[in-house]
Design a protein around this ligand. Structure first.
Ligand SMILES: [Zn+2]
Length: 350
């Protein structure tokens, strides 16, 4: 119980803080997803529940009572039942809506669970790359056809105005060889449900595809809300952290099937240019620092950005070189922390 030695929200470094405590309720694999009805391919298997019910309830009450935000990993519907039951007891009469408790992955969800989450103010947190066509054989094995309507309900979650669903990439994830999940891949998969090239999504996956704007909203504004950071992350707005990526094309104008062709041209963290991608050097400001001016919001997730290249100061001559304005069209936010103020103009390199 590592959290005993720390306090909620403890700042470890300029870009790292202790956000909360994660409970692993079940597995996410073929044999381990914990379901309320047996796996379709094995009537003796309900999956794996990693806790004793009382033990889970006791620890959830303790962690919630100590002021930590809880994120509970629950892939199967029975795992979600267990964590919701434990949370109901921990919240007691006071309710827990302010705690923004998250249930992670929510691969299988029933309508009665959505209703409970609405009532309790619990946030379903889904990963945009989960439940794509790469999984379809595995999912058919576990759930059979009659339970497909429980699976990967991203669109239902995003369109439910009484729920506050949040999105992320859960990156890196996987087994021993932890894999990173590029954000652009998440955008492609959530909007097409295509996994590996050449695989076709099934009908239930197509029904739950997100629009590009829904996917952007899940990854930006809503993701920030999920970590109590909506006042500084998730939107292009004056006063917020300038963590921005510049893309080669506006994803709202590109057909879904072609989203993959979009490149990340630049990455700014805290207003500082950290990455200028090969092939996009001509777009990048000449100095390593730039100021971002944001036009009044075009809604969540994207907006017009004017990139003011500050140029650099030639200290021997006492004059400024370079600089100028460059208008770019869009940006997406990354959930990275960074300094609040932009840097001052740097010295010219010789
Ligand atoms: Zn997890």
């Amino acid at each position: 119980m590592w959290f005993k030695d720390h306090s909620p929200g403890e700042v470890v470094g300029p870009r790292l803080r202790l956000a909360g405590v994660k409970f692993f309720i079940d597995g996410c694999g073929l044999d381990t997803m914990y379901l309320s009805e047996p796996h379709a391919d094995d009537p003796s298997n309900l999956g794996a529940f990693f806790w004793g019910r009382r033990e889970l309830q006791r620890l959830v009450r303790r962690v919630h009572g100590a002021g930590w935000q809880i994120a509970a990993h629950a892939c199967g519907d029975a795992a979600t039942d267990e964590i919701l039951r434990a949370l109901e007891r921990a919240f007691g009469a006071g309710g827990g809506a302010d705690a923004r408790t998250r249930i992670e992955h929510v691969i299988a969800l029933r309508d009665d669970q959505l209703k409970r989450m609405r009532r309790m103010g619990v946030l379903p947190s889904f990963q945009l790359t989960f439940v794509d066509s790469t999984w379809k054989r595995d999912l058919r094995q576990i759930f059979g056809r009659e339970r497909f309507d429980m699976l990967g309900r991203w669109r239902d979650l995003m369109e439910d105005t009484r729920l506050h669903a949040i999105g992320s990439t859960d990156s890196p994830y996987g087994g021993d060889d932890l894999q990173p999940t590029p954000v652009m891949e998440a955008l492609v998969q959530a909007t097409t449900r295509v996994g590996r090239p050449g695989t076709r999504p099934t009908a239930y996956m197509r029904e739950q595809r997100l629009t590009v704007m829904q996917a952007l909203e899940a990854l930006t504004v809503r993701g920030a809300y999920g970590v109590f950071a909506e006042d500084e992350l998730g939107m292009l707005r004056a006063g917020m952290l300038a963590d921005v990526v510049v893309l080669s094309e506006d994803p709202r104008d590109v057909p879904r099937a072609k989203l993959e062709r979009i490149d990340v041209a630049m990455v700014f963290v805290g207003g500082i240019l950290e990455v200028c991608a090969a092939g996009y050097e001509a777009w990048c400001p000449s100095a390593v620092t730039a100021r971002l001016d944001v036009s009044p919001g075009a809604g969540s997730g994207s907006s017009t950005v004017t990139l003011a290249d500050q140029g650099c100061t030639d200290r021997s001559r006492g004059e400024t070189r370079g600089g100028g304005m460059r208008k770019l069209w869009a940006g997406l936010f990354m959930s990275l922390d960074g300094p609040r103020r932009g840097p001052s103009r740097p010295a010219c390199s010789r």
